[in-house]
Design a binder for this molecule. Structure first.
Ligand SMILES: Cc1cc2nc3c(=O)[nH]c(=O)nc-3n(C[C@H](O)[C@H](O)[C@H](O)COP(=O)(O)O)c2cc1C
Length: 166
């Protein structure tokens, strides 16, 4: 199999967040996509080992913060390479509450979803969310996964669904 074909798929870079007993938490995910328009539904794929998975299971809700090209790369460092199990991620990144969920204040926009279904794979849960609220927060170019790799020179950790061991 030629893994380079998988690299030809396009994605964005998002923070998928929710509440954890009153505090905001979440992780970076490239794996968000709109599934239907009427009603608007979104799917995200979150690794079983990510603390965010457990928190979404508990709350039944998640928000997607759409990161822009000019966002502080520290947002990706905090949400993509640390765990909410032992870090208060929103102590390092400014939080806003939108549609009753915590989102990244500096994002281009956000989408708030209620989980209406889920599918388990061997490593990830695919959460299907009905969109409850969404808005544009600022003018910036939404970051693509290609921009993250080619311009920021970012890496994908093991729990990202696109991870391929070297
Ligand atoms: C660019 C990038 C994309 C990622 N995409 C995903 C993803 O789609 N799904 C996922 O489960 N983890 C993904 N990750 C990994 C999680 O963000 C990472 O494991 C995080 O530390 C988990 O935090 P948590 O334990 O607080 O949930 C990605 C990380 C990066 C940097």
């Amino acid at each position: 199999m030629n893994n380079n074909a998988l690299y030809q798929l396009s994605y964005g870079v998002y923070v998928v967040s929710t509440w954890d007993k009153g505090r905001g938490t979440g992780c970076i995910a490239n794996s968000a996509m709109q599934i239907t328009s009427q009603p608007a539904t979104i799917a995200v794929s979150i690794n079983h080992d990510n603390y965010t998975n457990q928190c979404i299971q508990d709350t039944g809700k998640f928000a997607i913060s759409i990161l822009g090209e000019h966002c502080n790369p520290g947002v990706i460092g905090t949400f993509g390479f640390k765990s909410g199990r032992d870090n208060n991620k929103f102590d390092e990144v400014q939080q806003a509450v939108k549609g009753f969920l915590p989102v990244v204040a500096d994002a281009c926009g956000y989408i708030v979803c209620e989980v209406i279904d889920k599918m388990e794979t061997s490593t990830h849960t695919v959460f299907l969310g009905k969109v409850l609220d969404a808005d544009v927060l600022k003018q910036d170019v939404p970051m693509t996964y290609a921009y993250y790799h080619n311009v920021i020179k970012g890496k994908s950790p093991k729990n990202a669904p696109t991870y391929i061991a070297e």
